[in-house]
Design a protein around this ligand. Sequence first.
Ligand code: NAP
Length: 449
Amino acid sequence: MMSQIDEKLEPIYREVLQRNPGEGEFHQAVREVLESIGPVLAKYPEFAEKKIIERLCEPERQIIFRVPWQDDQGCVHIHRGFRVEFNSALGPYKGGLRFHPSVYLGIIKFLGFEQIFKNALTGMPIGGAKGGSDFDPKGRSGDEIMRFCQSFMTELYRHIGEYTDVPAGDVGVGTREIGYLFGQYKRITNRYESGVLTGKGVDWGGSLVRPEATGYGAVFFLREMLKAGNDSLDGKTCVVSGSGNVAIYTMEKLHELGAKVVACSDSSGYVHDAAGIDLTLLKQIKEVERRRVSDYAQQREQARFVPRGNIWTIPCQVAMPSATQNELTGKDAATLLRNGCVAVVEGANMPTTPEGVRAFLESGIAYGPGKAANAGGVATSALEMQQNASRDAWTFEHTEARLAEIMQRIHALVQETAEQFGAPGNYVAGANIAGFIRVAKAMVALGLI
Ligand code: NAP
């Protein structure tokens, strides 16, 4: 059962379906926003008159390109590259690059669409975009990754720039890949244009706290949500899906703030460690040796690896999906609620299916959607851009304090907006409405473009 879309918005949604066939994830992301923003149109009739919503659903520019490269055996491979520059009303396009075999236009469009509202929520001057490729980095040598990144940038460089479009990392794209991408951009353009990419290493223009930012930010958001219900993280048992960039730093901050993470995962299964995940060991396996979570269980006697297991069956008070889209279903939501879960905060983008979202909203538990909760990553990317523009480098403490303050502000904005529009406690409505209003006002001000 779907929730209702305001009748004025129904034809817009039908047109999105018709104009973008086969792009299920994009349809899902658009529908969720349209379900929330009906009450806004009553207050701001000019948004409908000026067709702001129709314009928002149509990317400003979509770039699709061929990425040829050669593996270590000399074999030629052809992949597809994407950059969807969705909306630049608030600033240069900003959003990550994803390298994963599941990537196709519909995934990039859903991510780019969500990015518009997320970036608006940060209050910073950044528009929304996303990009990537169906390239699978798993099992590839460092040299192969470098050649792929160089080929990808050989086309992408002409579309990006400090004032135009500033990509960052996402699934499959971390500091190593950003390094190869930045190196090739610099070589082609003969410009050390630090502000063209974020997620750079600290020795060559990156910002401290950027690697930690999405995970730390999601936990700061969770802390605010719990505080609003007179609760705290202290002693909470947590489950975090994934074991990549977002998951690792989510776990680190949860431990620092007194909670205990007992399970994490990758696409092969999950590990359960009732004594609490040992992050030094996990980081060594995932970040240094680039191996699987199953290796964690082999090196930790009390830990158990469950191949292809469902991590949401592990009882917990806090669940933080931090792997991928639609990884938490309606059935998983019911299991979590039955097991006494009191908070679900999303590190990943759209990790909960519409049925799962509905179950969380109806239950009244603290449910923080990714659009708001994982905005700390892009916000810190904007802080990296600030440092690049002023040729400065801030300390870890200063940058982390800025991040914490931004997450507090986003939380307050989302909470207040939900109340103002008659949906107290509904952070999905609060995030969608607050993000939408900021972008829509800027679009009205900039005229019909
Ligand atoms: P990452 O470092 O590449 O890690 C991704 C993790 O999720 C890995 O453990 C991976 O397992 C798992 N995963 C990926 N695709 C999967 C699939 N189809 N099925 C099952 N597991 C899968 O990526 P990340 O940067 O942590 O991103 C995780 C999520 O956070 C994504 O939704 C991303 O869009 C979102 N996000 C990231 C940032 C950021 O700053 N990085 C910011 C905001 C939101 P395998 O290794 O087995 O594939």
